[in-house]
Design a protein around this ligand. Structure first.
Ligand code: ATP
Ligand code: MG
Length: 392
């Protein structure tokens, strides 16, 4: 039996004239993601992409697993390819769905006929095939409202297809269709989730990470690189920028009032991120901040950081509780990496009593007492870049 993967577009099916661009981008993303599993042919028609394996020994389960993480897909399923002839459809349906049907108590047949020239109408296909299945599996009964198994028959242009349950796709828009943005990626729980959420909106992610050796260890950076690698499963390739931040943090410590350390540090992080983002063609910054989570994440504090930004700053976790963020982190499998205990530069020199409601003019005055520009420039120049891509 010849098996393929059917992929149904998500939201982008609504995009009118841009649909073709979105579709091409999705196809490209799928192709890249499954390339290492063997040769495939990808074709599309009627808001569906057909992924046909061309080699015999391809691991389709793994292909489904990978494609299931790609944004822009509403649903996907493995399907059996049939001739456009009822006899073949019925024979293959019984064989292909045999396993699940023998374990089920109730079933129904669902038929879709996009080729209106096909001799049988959908209700006829349902009735006929339903009858055949009942004959072969006498323990089953039909339940059209809440069946254990739905056997779907789709009669399309060149072939008919039989499949069981659809798997829910990752939703969203194809990565790359909304441009590129720079994710401030710490080793924490929140920022990988923030990156994943924006990638879901079609944004291609680059990542920037600040290190302060010897206060932060190589192991801390490695952890962030592991997060980056994990994110590639969803986001595709990620350019990872690593910024040497020690001198700036020491200058803050030596020259600014302690209660403003964190905010000034965050303003300088944003300033550097923007400079790198511009060079990397990013149109926005992304952080993992959530209102009220810590002192530097009050609205007043965010206003002070945003004051140095001319790019939009996306904070997709902003209205989420920590428990919700953790739930997502578990789902996307970044949680276990994030909870490894390594120092982040944010926790170096944290003030005992940070200002919860800082006033912009006080912060600006404190920051302007020292000329950070040369250190910012030096940090930008010292920034290194590494490309992450699918690890298999
Ligand atoms: P996270 O779980 O993402 O680390 P957090 O709750 O620990 O977030 P903070 O440490 O205040 O919060 O950091 C807020 C945001 O600032 C992070 O979500 C991240 O986007 C950015 N950030 C913090 N530290 C770094 C770093 N070392 N490199 C890059 N970005 C950072
Ligand atoms: Mg953190």
């Amino acid at each position: 039996m010849k098996e393929i993967i059917l992929v149904k577009f998500g939201e982008m099916a609504l995009k009118g004239l841009n649909k073709k661009t979105f579709e091409d981008m999705l196809k490209k993303n799928i192709k890249r993601r499954i390339k290492s599993l063997g040769k495939f042919e990808l074709t599309s028609a009627q808001s569906t992409i057909y992924i046909t394996p061309l080699d015999d020994d391809i691991d389709l389960a793994e292909a489904v697993e990978r494609v299931g993480k790609i944004f822009g897909i509403a649903a996907l399923c493995r399907a059996c390819v049939c001739e456009k002839e009822f006899g073949d459809i019925a024979e293959k349906a019984v064989e292909y769905s045999g396993d699940v049907l023998s374990r089920a108590k109730t079933f129904k047949v669902n038929a879709k006929r996009s080729d209106k020239a096909f001799a049988m109408k959908s209700p006829e296909i349902c009735a006929e095939l339903g009858g055949i299945i009942l004959e072969k599996f006498p323990h089953l009964s039909v339940d059209v409202k809440n069946p254990d198994v739905t056997v779907t028959v789709e009669v399309r242009d060149t072939n008919a297809y039989v499949h069981a349950e659809n798997i829910k796709g990752a939703g969203g828009l194809p990565v790359g269709s909304s441009g590129k943005a720079m994710l401030l990626l710490s080793g924490g729980i929140d920022s990988p989730v923030a990156g994943w959420m924006m990638a879901k909106r079609g944004i291609h992610i680059s990542a920037i990470h600040y290190v302060s050796p010897p206060y932060t260890s190589d192991r801390a950076q490695l952890k962030v690189e592991q997060l980056c690698e994990k994110l590639t499963d969803y986001c595709g390739g990620i350019a990872f920028f690593c910024v040497p931040f020690t001198e700036i943090q020491e200058a803050i410590k030596d020259n600014c009032p302690e209660e403003f350390f964190t905010i000034i540090m965050r303003r300088l992080m944003m300033e550097i991120a923007q400079k790198i983002a511009e060079k990397d063609d990013c149109l926005a910054l992304i952080t993992g901040e959530s209102v009220g989570q810590v002192a530097s994440q009050t609205m007043a504090a965010m206003a002070c950081t945003d004051a140095v930004c001319h790019m939009p700053v996306f904070r997709p976790c902003v209205g989420m509780d920590k428990t919700e963020i953790i739930e997502t982190a578990r789902k996307i499998d970044t949680f276990d990496i994030s909870i490894e205990p390594y120092e982040d530069c944010c926790t170096v020199f944290t003030p005992k009593h940070p200002k919860v409601r800082p006033r912009l003019e006080d912060i600006e005055k404190a920051q302007n007492a020292f000329d950070f520009a040369p250190l910012v420039q030096k940090a930008v120049e010292g920034t290194t870049m590494k490309l992450f891509d699918f690890n298999k």
